[in-house]
Design a protein around this ligand. Structure first.
Ligand code: NDP
Length: 282
């Protein structure tokens, strides 16, 4: 039986662990210390308590490893990944942003575009919606897809992976940037000036993607603004909450990644440049 491991008993990591465990798969959740974490579905009272194993002292080798710490926490776990993998382990990075995969010195490493929504508060994870991980299509990601096919996790191995990566980057660029900078949740979009800023940021993101050969539909900005309009007024983004709670921002691999690509192509992206510069001071 294949073994699964997850590093990072947070919103995404615990949700994945729960989904695999309920299908009777062999799952180990690795965290900072030996501990437990409670998991429940939004609006449901049923709580499942899951065991967390101290990564630093683990030696349980797994066949599939999900890395679900935040991008700002990746460096701290790098020295311990070898504790829990063997040569053929397939590693899946389940993080927002892009570019951080180069930090992992293991050939079979892939980054997922994550559509699993949840939140961790102290010792409890609440899962809100979605169970999808989008991955590039190859023999290793296919192995994962096959190994998880009877679970709630929906592994999609897709041909247009790069486009999906850029789509998520641009969606995050707009709403994360404006909610973090203004320190206000989604309601801030009702301000005309902010809504225009957000739209124009999306347009710059689209231009950067195009320079990388990723072509989106002409109405990309409108369609993403429409998605934002569906957000409840009080809904924040991860970058908004990180700003409000004075936690490190996942800036380097979201805005920072797009910024680096913009510079590489000598593009004129004044809003991206200035908002990224401001966020860097937080
Ligand atoms: P969380 O903060 O909920 O989870 C991160 C977990 O990693 C925490 O349990 C944290 O523990 C643990 N961790 C941190 N450092 C270490 C370490 N050194 N050793 C072991 N464990 C450690 O983050 P999310 O699950 O929300 O986010 C993970 C990634 O997924 C991010 O890149 C995020 O942008 C992305 N994402 C999140 C979504 C969501 O809805 N939450 C949706 C889509 C993508 P501790 O609490 O002790 O720090």
């Amino acid at each position: 039986m294949k073994k699964f491991g997850i590093i990072g008993p947070g919103a995404v990591g615990t949700s994945i662990a729960y989904a695999l465990q309920t299908s009777n798969l062999d799952v180990t959740l690795f965290g900072r210390e030996n501990d437990t974490i409670d998991f429940h579905e939004f609006n449901q009272t049923n709580v499942t308590t899951m065991k967390v194993h101290r990564l630093k002292s683990s030696s349980n080798k797994v066949d599939f490893l999900f890395i679900s710490v935040k991008t700002t926490q990746l460096d701290a776990i790098l020295p311990y990944i070898n504790n829990v993998i063997h040569d053929d382990t397939v590693i899946i990075l389940t993080q927002n942003g892009y570019g951080q995969i180069d930090k992992i010195q293991h050939p079979l490493t892939y980054q997922a575009v994550v559509y699993i929504s949840g939140q961790k508060d102290n010792h409890t994870v609440t899962h809100f919606r979605d169970w999808t991980l989008k991955l590039p299509i190859n023999e290793h990601t296919r192995l994962l897809q096959d190994a998880t096919k009877n679970s709630m996790i929906n592994v999609e191995c897709i041909e247009d992976y790069d486009k999906q990566v850029w789509y998520k980057l641009i969606v995050n660029l707009g709403i994360n940037t404006i909610t973090a900078i203004t320190q206000k949740p989604a309601v801030v979009l009702q301000s005309e000036g902010i809504s225009e800023l957000c739209y124009n940021l999306l347009a710059e993101g689209k231009m950067v993607a195009l320079a990388e050969g990723i072509q989106f539909e002409d109405n990309l900005e409108e369609s993403i603004m429409q998605i934002y309009k569906g957000y409840p007024d009080e809904m924040g983004t991860s970058m908004y909450y990180d700003t409000m709670n004075h936690r490190p921002l996942e800036l380097e691999y979201i805005q920072g990644y797009i910024y680096q690509i913009s510079k590489k192509h000598h593009l004129n992206t004044p809003l991206l440049d200035s908002t990224y510069t401001i966020l860097n001071t937080y």
